[in-house]
Design a protein around this ligand. Structure first.
Ligand code: GGG
Length: 352
């Protein structure tokens, strides 16, 4: 039986609550459908860890993580410690450190989920966003001067490299080729003429290698409007770090709930471990109430199984989630029901 080593970082808030269900669903699927074992290594790195140790992870944290085949991640963020620490000293550096330059975020309108838009049949919305994940607007480049004074200045520099643009665009085109062969490249290059102008230039070069894919550039404001007006017109969307983040929350809303939004932070070379996490954050408002929807985390675990080459179990995770949603008996409050996190986790595990 093949053994895959998985680092599990539940993190903060509802992170540990949902990731436990993702772990057990993935473990059952891998054993049952791919004869594989997942060896979980639970790591307590979180805001609580920071409060005890003064850092989000141990000094040798990166070496520890690198020994795993994949990382399953819950969420970070806490009302009592700044995001400058929680998000910026664990989650974002991980994406850069392990060169997880593809942030793949699917949005699908499942049968049994209420769509806030009128007349949308199940499956009508089926989008994958390829978000650039290591540079762009999230580059940790900038600074502040005259802090707290009237003349205070804050500068944050977006970093766009030819290599960075090219590799995410190529990854997105490859994905489009395997789907409905349609790609939309998002920028705001009419205003951000230097950085996103470079993105457009690279897009114009790369698209020539994919004549079989219908591709077009679109400004981010128009993309936001079209995601509400005609989301079915999108197949693969490729976007910068910030725009990809914003558009995927919007795509999650039009497909029913952020509680269904999964994501994979992929290092395509497999030189370093890839990381799989729900799109949602730590949700302090519902932490400890046992009502968080674990499906985003479970679907993220499915993406992890696929990345590990366990294709049958990955498909069964997705099919089981689809079955539970279609059945409609178990719905967490974000889906209009009263079920608990455990009810939902149990339903998926039973369906597997
Ligand atoms: N599970 C996702 C999570 O913890 N998100 C916190 C957050 O603020 N992430 C920033 C980002 O993904 O761009």
């Amino acid at each position: 039986m093949a053994v895959h080593k998985i680092a599990v970082i539940g993190g903060d808030g509802i992170g540990p609550e949902v990731i436990d269900h993702a772990s057990r669903a993935a473990q059952k699927a891998a054993a049952k459908f791919d004869n594989a074992e997942l060896a979980f290594n639970k790591l307590p790195w979180s805001t609580d860890y920071y409060k005890q140790h003064g850092r989000m992870m141990p000094v040798d944290g990166w070496e520890v993580l690198a020994k795993h085949d994949a990382i399953l991640f819950g969420a970070v963020g806490s009302p009592d410690v700044s995001d400058k620490i929680t998000v910026n000293e664990l989650l974002l550096p991980m994406r850069r450190k392990y060169d997880q330059y593809v942030n793949l975020r699917p949005s699908y309108l499942f049968h049994g989920v209420d769509c806030p838009l009128k007349n949308k049949a199940p499956g009508a919305i089926d989008i994958v966003v390829y978000r650039e994940n290591t540079e762009g607007e999230y580059a940790p480049v900038g600074g502040q001067l005259y802090v707290g004074m009237e003349q205070e200045i804050a500068v944050q520099t977006g970093v766009f490299t030819r290599k960075g643009c090219e590799r995410i665009l190529r990854a997105a085109f490859e994905a489009a080729r395997k789907r409905r062969k349609k790609l939309t490249s998002i920028t705001k290059s009419n205003a951000q003429v230097f950085s996103m102008g470079l993105w457009d230039d690279v897009f114009a070069v790369v698209r020539k290698d994919y004549p079989d894919v219908e591709s077009a550039p679109l400004l981010v404001d128009a993309a936001a409007m079209d995601l509400v007006r005609k989301p079915e017109s999108f197949d693969v969307i490729v976007a910068s770090n910030l725009f990809g983040d914003i558009l995927t929350d919007l795509a999650a809303a039009v497909t029913g709930s952020i509680g269904l939004a999964s994501s994979a932070n992929i290092n395509p070379t497999k030189q370093f471990p890839s990381m799989f996490e729900p799109v949602h954050g730590s949700a302090p408002d519902i932490t400890g109430k046992g009502i968080a929807n674990p499906l985003a985390a479970i679907l993220s675990a499915g993406l992890m199984l696929d990345h590990l080459g366990l294709a049958k179990s990955a498909k069964m995770i997705r099919d089981s989630v689809a079955e539970v949603l279609k059945d409609g008996k178990v719905r967490t409050p974000d889906l209009g029901g009263k079920a608990t996190t455990t009810d939902m986790g149990d339903a998926v595990v039973a369906a597997l």
